[in-house]
Design a protein around this ligand. Structure first.
Ligand code: PNS
Length: 163
């Protein structure tokens, strides 16, 4: 039986921290669906199509990774792909409460799907899409935090917003 995982998130935009988890996940699982879902507490900067395109670009060398999006519950998406595992990155203690809450809810919704956590590489433990956007907005240096293509797209977004 093949081992299938879903790596869910907002990916607004994908960072090197996300990519580290996706890559390590793709080394463990036969298939990883990287799925953009809606986080109702966030207002995205990039459209779903833009985020898909960036994720496809940065995972193009990972043949067992497929990029997707879904409007609905993560657990329903995972079941539709026969995935038994939801893979999430954990950066620091500050992530723990939030992750515990959604994990408990997901387990209540479907107890057959497990959530697995992978500690992010320590060089990315402070990194988030939000902090990258904040730095990019004020033209801070975000090299080494996001893939090059994402850096360019962020620069375009904030250039456009200023004119
Ligand atoms: O990158 P994020 O914003 O931390 O990812 C959170 C995300 C999108 C995975 C989460 O909000 C999610 O699963 N949204 C879909 C709706 C859902 O299933 N919510 C959890 C149970 S109510």
């Amino acid at each position: 039986m093949s081992k299938i995982a879903v790596c869910p998130g907002s990916f607004d935009p994908v960072t090197l921290g996300h990519l580290d988890i996706i890559k390590r996940g793709s080394d463990i699982f036969d298939k990883v669906y990287v799925c953009i879902l809606n986080n109702s507490s966030k207002q995205p900067l990039f459209t779903v199509e833009e985020r898909i395109s960036l994720l496809k670009e940065v995972t193009k060398d990972m043949p067992n990774v497929e990029v997707d999006s879904f409007k609905g519950l993560l657990i329903d998406y995972a079941a539709s792909k026969n995935a038994k595992v939801v893979l999430r990155g954990l950066r620091a203690v500050s992530d723990f409460e939030y992750e515990m809450q959604i994990t408990a809810m997901n387990r209540k919704l479907n107890e057959n799907i497990e959530t697995l956590f992978m500690m992010t590489n320590s060089q990315y433990s402070f990194l988030s899409s939000s902090i990258v956007k904040e730095a990019a907005k004020y033209h801070g240096n975000i090299t080494d935090l996001v893939p090059e293509v994402v850096e360019r797209e962020l620069q375009k977004k904030f250039k456009k917003a200023r004119t």
